[in-house]
Design a binder for this molecule. Structure first.
Ligand code: FAD
Length: 468
């Protein structure tokens, strides 16, 4: 029987996995492999929270493979070299993988494909983590999209993505055994993590999460998704980031239901993910360069103490602090609050968006190479189809609008639990006043910080958007 390596990357699932399905369809005995590649130049190493997720997710994948008569082979190192060596060791005739879209992974995969072909080993790559490949969505002029709405309209007009593939029931295993690293040695966990109280990584849990979200929250999604006190969003983001679930599975499950405003809005959010990957593919370097180059000329301020207050939820603005504490405690933050906290760092503190992007990258379980930098650049105003820089969120009014009863703030800031609704988002007005030890005074004054940001922006000269 011929042997094939199936190289798992951001697709840690057995169902709707085109690379795995194609290897089996071709009649190969399959060697499932995961390579922790933190050595290839340009590949972003996982942050702390994502490493925790990855470890659990690999365990879940390995268990699922074992229950089908196989097991996951784990390796660490530059993937090009590692896969090349594995091909020799197990005399593989073919390597199968699902595509990634960041420039460093694409370059690496293209080089690997060439070198495998030169050895007479075939390499097969597949679409698995997007509904539409970035090169499939083009404007009438044949260019990549810069604006979300026409992009999503074009994606929606394309053919239905089809039925998701079933997970295999058995995996023929090659003769002989391959030694590999253990998950524990690959991803050493220094400290016991609190994240386990909030999340269950793995494909089975992703499928359950989707089902319960669709049953309980889809109907009201469009009305409630902006209210951080209500668990009204899917929380599928880390499952999607690690590929435990495919967007096609989501698409199918949503469109199989009665059309509804909630379902349409939810699919549009999946569309924002597609748009982010479209930008990652066509522009690249999103975590390093502002898409609007003039933003790299902003007079960013380097203020370690203020940045530290932001990171640890001690800014004196409750909605900002609640979000940052939710992030520290759970590895996740509600989308509305991500926008508010990011805006506060960039505009109120005038801190380079890349500093915030890196903090999120390190702390989010759903840290995503496309969504995270695009989210930050959207808030900064430096990205494609982004919020304009002069739109500066007032953290008090945002809190009062989206958390009117203060339930979200009080959940994450127990020191404010006793405040009445009219002072929850303005604790400096509390009577009697709060001591500074209990909760800090605002680290900046909203009106003057806002003016400083507007002045900084007024000094910028518009330059064209980096491609697309
Ligand atoms: P739902 O509302 O249930 O949405 C379903 C899915 O759609 C999400 O899981 C996600 O894959 C996608 N999605 C939703 N909103 C967006 C969006 N605005 N942009 C792109 N995709 C979206 N999302 C990440 O997955 N990883 C990140 O690292 C990340 N960083 C962000 C940083 C900032 C500053 C901002 C403003 C947004 C960021 N987002 C990121 C987007 C968004 O906040 C999260 O996807 C969402 O909060 C995840 O929760 P959910 O799964 O319950 O979302």
């Amino acid at each position: 029987m011929s042997h094939a390596i199936v190289w798992f990357r951001a697709d840690l699932r057995l169902a709707d996995n085109p690379a795995l399905a194609a290897a089996l369809e071709a009649g190969h005995a399959v060697i499932p492999v995961y390579v922790l590649d933190e050595e290839t130049a340009g590949i972003r190493a996982f942050g702390t929270a994502a490493r925790w997720w990855l470890r659990q997710s690999l365990q879940a994948l390995d268990a699922a493979l074992r229950s089908r008569g196989s097991r996951l082979v784990l390796r660490r190192g530059p993937a090009e070299q590692v896969i090349d060596e594995l091909v020799t060791q197990c005399q593989a005739d073919a390597v199968y993988w699902n595509r990634l879209y960041d420039p460093a992974s694409r370059d690496r995969d293209a080089r690997l494909k060439q070198s495998l072909l030169a050895r007479g080993v075939t390499a097969h790559s597949f679409k698995a983590s997007l509904l539409t490949e970035p090169w499939e969505a083009r404007t009438k002029a044949g260019l990549p999209f810069k604006v979300f709405t026409p992009f999503w309209r074009a994606c929606r007009a394309q053919a239905d993505p089809g039925r998701p593939l079933d997970a295999p029931t058995r995996l023929p295993r090659p003769a002989g055994s391959l030694a590999g690293a253990s998950i524990a040695s690959l991803l050493h966990q220094e400290t016991p993590s609190d994240l386990a109280a909030h999340w269950t990584p793995g494909e089975a849990s992703a499928v359950d999460r989707l089902a319960s979200f669709l049953d309980d929250d889809l109907e009201a999604y469009h009305r409630q998704r902006d209210i951080p006190a209500v668990d009204a969003t899917s929380r599928l983001s880390p499952h999607l980031a690690f590929g435990e679930l495919s967007p096609r599975q989501i698409w199918r499950a949503v469109t199989a239901r009665r059309p509804s405003p909630g379902g349409e809005k939810f699919l549009a959010e999946i569309g924002w993910r597609e748009f982010s990957y479209n930008l990652l593919f066509h522009v690249g370097g999103l975590d390093r360069h502002s898409m609007r180059a003039e933003f790299d000329d902003l007079p960013w301020r380097d203020q370690p103490e203020l940045i530290d207050a932001w990171k640890h939820g001690r800014t004196g603005y409750p909605i900002v602090d609640a979000g940052m504490r939710q992030l520290l405690a759970t590895g996740w933050m509600h989308n509305r609050v991500r926008m508010i906290t990011a805006s506060f760092l960039i505009k109120h503190l005038l801190v380079d968006w890349r500093i915030g992007e890196r903090w999120f990258w390190n702390r989010l379980v759903d840290a995503d190479p496309a969504n995270n930098p695009v989210g930050w650049q959207w808030v900064a105003g430096s990205g494609a189809d982004a919020a304009p820089f002069f739109r500066i969120f007032n953290p008090v009014l945002q809190g009062e609008k989206f958390d009117p009863a203060g339930a979200y703030v009080k959940r994450w800031l127990p020191e404010l639990a006793h405040l009445p609704p009219n002072s929850t988002h303005r604790p400096w007005t509390a009577d009697p006043p709060l001591s500074q030890q209990r909760y800090p005074q605002p680290i900046v004054d909203h009106a003057s910080a806002r003016q400083r940001a507007l002045d900084a922006f007024a000094g910028l000269r518009r330059r064209p958007l980096r491609s697309p």
